[in-house]
Design a protein around this ligand. Sequence first.
Ligand code: GTR
Length: 399
Amino acid sequence: MAFPINTEEAKAGQLPLPSPLDRPRGGRVGSAVEWNNIRRPEILDDFTRLMYGALPPRPESVRFELRRELSGALGGIAKRREVRIHLANDGKTHFVDVLWYLPLHAEKPVPAIAGLNFPGNHAVSTEPDVYPTETSRLTQPAERGAGASRWPFSELIRNGFSVITANRGDLFPDRADGRAESVWKLFRTPEELTPEQRDCTAISAWAFGCILLLELLESEPLIDRKRIWLHGHSRLGKTALWAAANDPRFAGVVSNDSGCCGAALSRRNFGEHISYITETFPWWFRKVLDSYAGREAELPFDQHFLISLIAPRPVLVASATEDLWADPRGEFLAAKAAGEVYRLFGAAGLGEEAEFPPPDRPLYGDGVGYYLRTGKHDVTLADWQFVLQFIEKSTNCSN
Ligand code: GTR
């Protein structure tokens, strides 16, 4: 790695941040209409070209197969569905396996939380008979229930939410040569899917998977399609921000510990940086991003632009005290700086006076929220409690 990692605040640097409202060749947008019509598409295009690449196109066919439905799941409070999403394009096929819980006795349409998981569908549930994610798609095969602490399905069901998840490896196995087995194979030849060919990225394949989950939810009348939230942790937090930036149907997003190339500012010299991330995970990003290692200030954006693309929909940025690698303060500063765009829509964001909060004292803001949880890089029950409060507050504001 060409550049050292810094975790001392005194050495983080004070680079000026670009404003998302400034046009590249001069001038500035000053209204929500100008933002939506002029500036937002430019920024989306910049992130597509320089960081994440384009999302996969729509396959010729998308079909939902209900493989199993149980009505007494999670001790009798939920319905469990396992769905296989079959994709077909140009004579080629691919599938994605989904684990989906719905409240058993919903009288009216319920909100939903969608998100990809790390270890496999069978590993995020405590139920012993969930169909396992195919081993070949897993980075490290995980035991049943091993990742359940991050997915408190019963708690979320009791709070009135449906929860849906699929494994990241079903879209793009998370390794340098995963591209050849990824969803991209529907659209490209094997020669176009080598580790060196980096146009078809993992983050965009994962974002596409988030959108498939959304469309499956939308096919169910018991889901309130105006309240479909997207949640992502770490690399999947980067993914969640990118998916919601691309698809306005997500009602809001939670970025948990998303760090470098997620919610954290690249211009701060703190924690993970572009040099490290592009050398370690080249399949996540387009190749051109490598050339910005050490010259982050030359990017035409910083990560508050990514959050801004989601405006005026609510975004909650979550950090953890021991997760210096993800640069909690850089995540806070990006969340705060995105407020400039939220204000065009009449929402205050975190507010111009907001200060980096002490641990476990959430700032729910207006459109943009932020908190710093005590503890490690993880998703805990405490995180979900903050998430539920933010969703409740955001929902009440917009009604
Ligand atoms: C780390 C990576 C981070 C973050 C994390 C994760 O190794 O450097 O950017 O994405 O993985 O996804 O858990």
